[in-house]
Design a protein around this ligand. Structure first.
Ligand SMILES: *[C@@H]1O[C@H](CO)[C@@H](O)[C@H](O)[C@H]1NC(C)=O
Ligand SMILES: *[C@@H]1O[C@H](CO)[C@@H](O)[C@H](O)[C@H]1NC(C)=O
Ligand SMILES: *[C@@H]1O[C@H](CO)[C@@H](O)[C@H](O)[C@H]1NC(C)=O
Ligand SMILES: *[C@@H]1O[C@H](CO)[C@@H](O)[C@H](O)[C@H]1NC(C)=O
Ligand SMILES: *[C@@H]1O[C@H](CO)[C@@H](O)[C@H](O)[C@H]1NC(C)=O
Ligand SMILES: *[C@@H]1O[C@H](CO)[C@@H](O)[C@H](O)[C@H]1NC(C)=O
Ligand SMILES: *[C@@H]1O[C@H](CO)[C@@H](O)[C@H](O)[C@H]1NC(C)=O
Ligand SMILES: *[C@@H]1O[C@H](CO)[C@@H](O)[C@H](O)[C@H]1NC(C)=O
Length: 189
């Protein structure tokens, strides 16, 4: 009985490891739009993947933030850089790219976050953003954008999130450990 239990446990651990590694592989993903990025990273929380190409001498950062497993409408997802925050307080100061999925279509905009009580209001970020679009297909929301950062920057805090939308207003994200830990220092180069 105990051996059986161990086997079952061992199997489920292996299965989840396998599922994790097979589901989490940013590097063999092909963008529909034939966009190519030089780096990618499977983010450790919230089914998210980040792709980027960074030109350190110009500060130009092309990104795609891909959030999979989205199968309901009235959702928001966001990815943000935080040039001024810390890992313990990554939300105030976050410069966010937001995508809202409603009725099967997406709307993307920028939102500078000044406090924990944000409703993700639209506004300009502390750096220029061009080419901001979001797509929804195959249960994935993808945000594309080009950011003009300071020259010579090499790493920055980034954070990402998801939540529900009521009416047209993004609602607070859940407080699970996955939500609360969706932040890290991103090494751009
Ligand atoms: C990427 O690789 C994983 C296994 O590592 C596989 O499950 C998945 O189907 C692959 N995706 C593509 C688009 O090739
Ligand atoms: C991810 O996909 C690439 C390309 O197919 C492959 O070389 C690599 O081994 C895969 N990694 C994992 C963890 O599955
Ligand atoms: C990076 O930016 C510099 C300065 O604008 C430019 O001269 C160079 O061609 C860019 N490199 C690439 C690979 O685009
Ligand atoms: C929707 O996605 C969640 C995970 O994000 C999954 O648990 C659920 O089974 C999915 N529902 C459908 C109808 O696919
Ligand atoms: C979504 O579709 C429903 C029904 O067609 C409509 O009442 C509602 O206004 C739409 N919402 C948005 C945000 O477009
Ligand atoms: C955002 O910037 C644009 C030009 O860069 C300006 O026209 C617009 O008024 C700004 N919006 C806000 C809310 O400051
Ligand atoms: C992917 O490409 C197909 C065909 O070219 C197009 O119809 C579809 O809208 C594209 N999807 C996205 C998410 O860009
Ligand atoms: C970027 O770094 C290079 C080499 O370290 C330096 O020569 C240059 O002045 C720096 N540029 C800026 C804008 O800080």
């Amino acid at each position: 009985m105990q051996t059986m239990l161990k086997l079952v446990l061992g199997f489920s651990v292996l299965t989840s490891l396998f599922l994790t590694s097979s589901a989490q592989n940013c590097s063999n993903y092909t963008f529909n739009s034939s966009r190519v990025f030089s780096k990618c990273r499977d983010l450790p929380h919230l089914s998210s993947h980040l792709y980027w190409t960074f030109n350190q001498s110009s500060g130009q950062l092309d990104i795609a933030y891909r959030h999979d497993g989205i199968n309901s409408t009235n959702k928001w997802v966001a990815w943000a850089l935080n040039p001024t925050g810390s890992l313990t307080a990554a939300m105030p100061g976050a410069q966010a790219l937001v995508a809202i999925l409603q009725n099967g279509t997406t709307r993307a905009y920028t939102s500078p976050i000044s406090s924990y009580s944000t409703q993700l209001q639209a506004g300009n970020l502390s750096f220029p953003v061009t080419g901001l679009t979001a797509t929804y297909q195959n249960s994935e929301i993808i945000i594309f954008a080009t950011l003009s950062l300071n020259r010579n920057v090499s790493s920055m805090i980034h954070t990402w999130q998801e939540g529900m939308v009521s009416g047209s207003t993004p609602q607070a994200h859940a407080m699970s450990s996955d939500n609360l830990n969706a932040k890290e220092t991103l090494n751009l180069v």
